[in-house]
Design a protein around this ligand. Structure first.
Ligand SMILES: C[S@@+](CC[C@H](N)C(=O)[O-])C[C@H]1O[C@@H](n2cnc3c(N)ncnc32)[C@H](O)[C@@H]1O
Length: 396
């Protein structure tokens, strides 16, 4: 398959990863530890969510009373509009309903609403869901779904990975509370990171970067490089290694400061060979900051700017540190721009490149044996991974 087609097929496949019940339950219930009323009296919208079988719909419907919800709205995307062409089998929910129309199902989305006790059993739960076809296909960008967004207080879902940026723009434009799953890489996106920096978005409570299994359609094609297929509870699953929740719902874990050593103690006692026994931390050549390659190597008493791994966000306590930037070209925080460089890979192979500007660099005084390096005007540099730039919060 040509490269472009392969990439499109890959991203269409990832758009059909369905979240498992346990992962939703662990995350959502954790917010109640901090504030039992997080969802009380709220209208929750679950867009992009095949409600006939979605675990989001199932979880929120089953926990409607426990969470104290006012209303639950869940919408699906029409079968024919999906990029990944699934073999459509009507769910039991649909088969049991007089509303079901296979032709409409192909071109229209569906809307599931839970608001009141319909069965008269004194409880509001899954049995009280009412559903109907939407006018359109359920695209979150349509006016129909935008109206539901505007009505909602909190938006919860695992949006299609390929439309993550657009999806978040859609939420920000309406200034809603949200809880969404996505790839950890989204942290470094130009149109997303500024919200993290301004403390308008933070990481959720569970599952940061530990990998998560997702249910996949029965006819899901595994990538040719994928070594094994797996099933959990009888469902076909696929693992995504770098996944996390993003939210603006308050929780307690993000206010717990990291316990850290001073700079001099790090140089004496750090468990990391890059730090212990050195005379100082490395300063970047192109950013006014020191390199902290590990979270537990962040010195507690350094007042300047520090470059830390992206994974720092999982430990970020806004009362302890402030985020001042990211070492990405688009951020524009570098103090210099390098001309064309000679890249020397681990095998000594040389090539002309211009990639040294996209990240922080450290000048080297010896030829490294274990890493790619770059030569510019007879000086040698190595590039470090993307770093978040932080500074100790000044006591006011
Ligand atoms: C990653 S899946 C997650 C589904 C569900 N939220 C879950 O976690 O189980 C994303 C869903 O969004 C649907 N989708 C793709 N593009 C969409 C769009 N433009 N508007 C609404 N839904 C879309 C996909 O077909 C898929 O069902």
């Amino acid at each position: 398959m040509p490269n472009k087609k392969l990439t499109e097929a890959k991203s269409a496949r990832k758009d059909e990863f369905y979240t498992r019940y346990h992962d939703i339950e662990v995350e959502v219930l954790s917010y109640l530890d901090y504030n039992p009323d997080t969802f009380r009296g709220k209208t929750v919208l679950l867009p992009c969510d095949d409600p006939e079988w979605s675990n989001f719909t199932k979880f929120f419907a089953q926990n409607f009373e426990r969470l104290g919800l006012k209303k639950l709205i869940s919408t699906s995307y029409a079968v024919n509009s999906k990029n990944y062409k699934i073999k459509y089998m009507p769910s039991l929910f649909e088969q049991d309903s007089t509303l079901f129309d296979v032709n409409k199902t192909r071109i229209r989305g569906k809307k599931f609403i839970l608001e009141k006790d319909i069965t008269g059993d004194g409880k509001i739960n899954h049995d009280d869901i009412e559903w109907q076809y939407l006018e359109g296909d359920g695209d979150f960008r349509s006016n129909e779904i935008k109206q539901m967004r505007d009505e909602a207080d909190i938006i919860v879902t695992n949006p299609p990975f390929s439309l993550f940026r657009e999806f978040m723009g859609w939420i920000f434009e309406a200034k809603k509370q949200f809880l969404v799953l996505s790839n950890v890489n989204a942290i470094t996106y130009r149109d997303f990171f500024p919200y993290i920096m301004k403390n308008e978005v933070w990481l959720g409570i569970s599952s940061f970067n530990t990998g998560m299994y997702f249910n996949v359609p029965d006819d899901f094609q595994y990538a040719p490089t994928y070594k094994f297929e797996k099933e959990i509870d009888g469902n076909k699953v696929n693992r995504v290694s770098s996944i996390c929740w993003f939210t603006n719902l308050e929780h307690g874990r993000r206010h717990q400061p990291l316990s850290l050593m001073t700079l001099s103690d790090n140089l004496k006692f750090s468990v990391h060979k890059e730090i212990r026994g050195q005379t100082n931390y490395s300063f970047y050549d192109n950013y006014d900051a020191i390199e902290c390659p590990y979270i537990d190597s962040i010195p507690s008493d350094f007042n300047g700017i520090m470059g830390v791994p992206i994974t720092f966000l999982d430990k970020y306590c806004p009362e302890q540190f402030e985020i001042v930037g990211i070492t990405k070209t688009w951020f524009g925080g570098a103090s210099k721009t390098y001309p064309e460089q000679i890249q020397v890979d681990k095998n000594g192979k040389k090539s002309k490149v211009t990639k040294l500007n996209d990240g922080a660099t450290i000048e080297l005084h010896e030829v490294p044996t274990d890493t790619t390096y770059y030569i510019v005007n007879s000086k040698m540099y190595k590039q470090v991974y993307a770093r978040i730039l932080i500074r100790k919060k000044q006591e006011s």
